[in-house]
Design a protein around this ligand. Structure first.
Ligand code: PLP
Length: 428
């Protein structure tokens, strides 16, 4: 790796860097004692946590009169706790009677949900799950969710924004379809990638449960929140028992992590408009430059049989990629589609070449590792391995510069062309 170049960090959907103000906030909340104690510094911790809950509730339109907000170790724990507690409630409602119950989940959920559902399906014979696929634009349609609902459906799971493509689901429409069908169905929404990036109103979208992770918005890893409508929370069991967090989640709270997350959230929310404008400008520039230097297609056109070129860059989404109500402003997933030779483009090789230049991006799934499976998200959109093997995700943030994006683009296109030329020359 070259030592002279600064790092261009373009993997902000995986995790973000903590700015100095957030690091300082973390230090400010160390050595305060146990937040469940009664001494003065513990009382301050309790107050800070309550202020943060109030702040989160206001940001996402989930008033604490109707919703619980509990700090967790991250969104994986939040997703697993909420979903498992609802499933456990369904099982307890029919002890020994084996009555079936049904769950509807989008096919593009985070692995913390997909793997859990697969495991629970194998272990709970009464549980039936219908997975709803996205359109080639990456979106889950409310009509498809509505079609999947049944008389015994107990829960619908659909994320707000997808971590790989950045596609933003219309959760208000999905929530309306669910509740019009049956008011009692629990609607869970993973808002990890949208929280602090776009405006959210859970109450208006009829969301009953939500998961948040603060390391996606410049907070520390290992801190999250779970939001659950009180009407459901009061009738479910916790995953971790204990007296903390009103018995909803046992375990001493991570006070320095929560204090730092509070700071990070305030910074993100207070600059949301400026960050969106900055990211959109960079994304627009990236797309225009791409278009001027290579054939480019949107995947939804390409999947409908749009024109093929020997070397083509595919944007995994639709022509509304710059509409921040349709796609996260910070995210763009590109694929190198090589319609020459037998081998597909290799995203791990491209990623390695980028890393050699200190440019950090991610691949949804590696093309070259035998054990790796293609990305479940891209496969569900209808992408073949020709597309998934060449996929590279760029995810920006408020601190990303035009120079970072330019360095990415130059290196990405150079490597895509090298792979193409090598295939053409050697006929592979
Ligand atoms: N949900 C989504 C959409 C994510 O992108 C992630 C993180 O990659 C998670 C859940 C899990 O979050 P955490 O790392 O806090 O467990």
């Amino acid at each position: 790796m070259s030592r002279k170049l600064p790092t261009a960090y373009l993997d902000n959907n995986a995790t973000t860097m903590m700015p100095k103000a957030v690091q300082d906030a973390m230090i400010a909340w160390v050595n305060r004692g146990n937040p469940s104690a009664s001494y003065a510094s513990a009382v301050q911790c309790k107050k800070m946590m309550q202020d943060f809950r109030d702040y989160i509730a206001a940001c996402i339109g989930a008033p604490l009169s109707d919703y619980d907000c509990v700090f967790t170790s991250g969104a994986t724990e939040s997703n697993c706790t909420i979903i498992q507690s609802i499933i456990e409630r369904c099982r307890c409602a029919n002890p020994g009677r084996g009555a079936k119950f049904h769950v509807v989940a989008s096919h593009i959920e985070h692995k913390s949900i997909i793997l859990m559902l697969k495991d629970l399906m194998a272990r709970i014979p009464e549980m039936d799950v219908t997975f709803v696929s996205p359109s080639p634009s990456g979106h889950i349609n409310a009509a498809d969710v509505r079609r999947a609902l049944r008389a015994d459906t107990q829960m619908v799971i659909c994320m707000h924004a997808n971590n790989e493509t950045g596609a933003i689901m219309n959760i208000a429409e999905i929530g309306r379809a669910v509740k019009e069908f049956n008011q009692q169905i629990f609607f869970h929404c993973d808002i990890v990638q949208s929280f602090g990036k776009v405006h959210i109103n859970l109450m208006r979208a009829n969301v009953d449960g939500a998961a948040i992770s603060f390391h996606k918005l410049h907070g520390p890893p290992g801190v999250g929140a779970m939001i659950m409508r009180r009407a459901f929370a009061n009738t479910t069991c916790p995953l971790l028992y204990g007296t903390q967090s009103s018995g909803r989640r046992g375990g001493t709270e991570n006070v320095p992590g929560i204090g730092a997350s509070f700071k990070a959230t305030q910074l993100a929310i207070s600059s949301i408009g400026a960050t969106v404008a900055h990211e959109l400008e960079l994304k627009k520039w990236l797309i225009e430059e791409l278009r001027s230097r290579a054939p480019v297609a949107y995947f939804d056109d390409y999947a409908r049989g749009g024109q093929r070129y020997e070397l083509q860059i595919i944007i995994m989404g639709s022509a509304s990629i710059l509409d921040s109500t349709q796609y996260l402003p910070n995210t763009i997933l590109l694929s190198v589609a090589k319609h020459v030779g037998k081998n597909h483009a290799c995203n791990t090789l491209i990623k390695q070449k980028l890393e050699d230049q200190r440019i950090i991006v991610s691949v949804g799934s590696a093309c070259s590792t035998e054990s790796s499976e293609p990305s479940h998200v891209l496969s569900a959109m209808g992408a073949s391995t020709l597309i998934t093997d060449g996929a590279i995700r760029v995810s920006m943030c408020a601190y990303t510069s035009r120079e970072d994006v330019k360095r990415f683009l130059d290196c990405f296109l150079r490597e895509a062309r090298e792979q193409y030329e090598a295939a053409r020359k050697r006929g592979i």
